[in-house]
Design a protein around this ligand. Sequence first.
Ligand code: UD1
Length: 385
Amino acid sequence: MKIISVVGARPNFMKIAPFCRAIEKQNQENQNSTIEHLLVHTGQHYDVRMSSAFFESLGIPDPDINLEIGSGSHATQVGETMIAFEKVLLEEKPDWVVVVGDVNATLACSVTAKKLKIKVCHIEAGLRSGDIGMPEEINRLVTDRLSDLLLTPDAMSSDNLRGEGAEEERISFVGNIMIDTLEENREKAEERNLDAVIKENLAHDTEYNEKALKDDGYAVMTMHRPSNVDKKEVLEPLLTFLMEEVAGQMPLVWPIHPRARKQLEKFGLWEKAVATENLVLLEPVGYHDMLRLNMGAALMLTDSGGLQEECCVLGTPCLTMRWNTERPITLREHGGASVLVGNDVEKVRKEFRNTLDKDRKPMRPEKWDGKTAERCLDSILKISD
Ligand code: UD1
């Protein structure tokens, strides 16, 4: 059997790492019927800190093929990926294409494979925010409609698919593959020294006060969604609150995504952020460093989906700066660590005060046990028999 797995952007890398390992293990144990596996990187993310650093630190094999699509509008990224990926499929003729998550690579490669009548498997199927204004929601809907095998992280996602009419034999509840990576790397992250994490990643030329950061005494944030960073009238008040009230209370560590940095510079807010005492601006950080920051933080503020999940398992109280989530299982009302606060300063302020009093309460949804990748591969092998 021949499988092509696809990655494109940063959040894909931690999902594909355990799947690659599951295939290697399967091949070692079954040397008479090995799986031929090719890894394709579409190249949507290309900076060392956004891409190759993750391959190295997570032990992902180098991509067999890099389509080098790079940045561009959504149509450009999706269109160019489809053209380039079609050539790969015609040449390689795989039995399966495996896509993960909800980025543009996920959409482009699943459509291309399906049109060539190649079977598609989607890892992390069934998540729905209900917000069709999000590019990721469009990617999820299209990918899931086309996929032959829908591997879901939780029972709610399986129900979403059933509600949309997906046939039962296409759906398999396997758990959350990101948590395989978290468990595999937990120890390495714990060993990271907090000061070293900061010093090695500072985003600008500045002195760092070594005594500033202590476990449980700082907040960490990430923010990159177009809905939060692309409009000055949204970003500026949010940033003012974060700089004055959050950083006014405790050190606030912010590893900055290239999109967010670009927008800060464009709106003339970068210098102000740099000058804010107690706001520690970092370059995009590697997997272990981000996990370390998350483990030690009193509080997370984020608009990332993956971090909501990691906070849930680590128990870090999390303010999710979105109005909806495709990951409701991570919310407090379902036992998780996260609460939706949108990007309205009043709401963020209220929940910020409220959340500071919350204790760390790790929670592990069913099958978030570090063994999801093996279940993913088993599901593929089962329907290929
Ligand atoms: C993409 C995903 C999003 C995911 C995010 C995580 C889609 C639709 N969105 O959004 O779901 O949460 O990745 O990072 O696929 N850039 C660099 N260097 C890079 C990559 C990007 O400087 O290595 C800059 C580009 O100039 C671009 C901006 O960052 O303008 C945004 O990148 P893009 O790939 O368009 O989408 P993300 O916002 O990263």
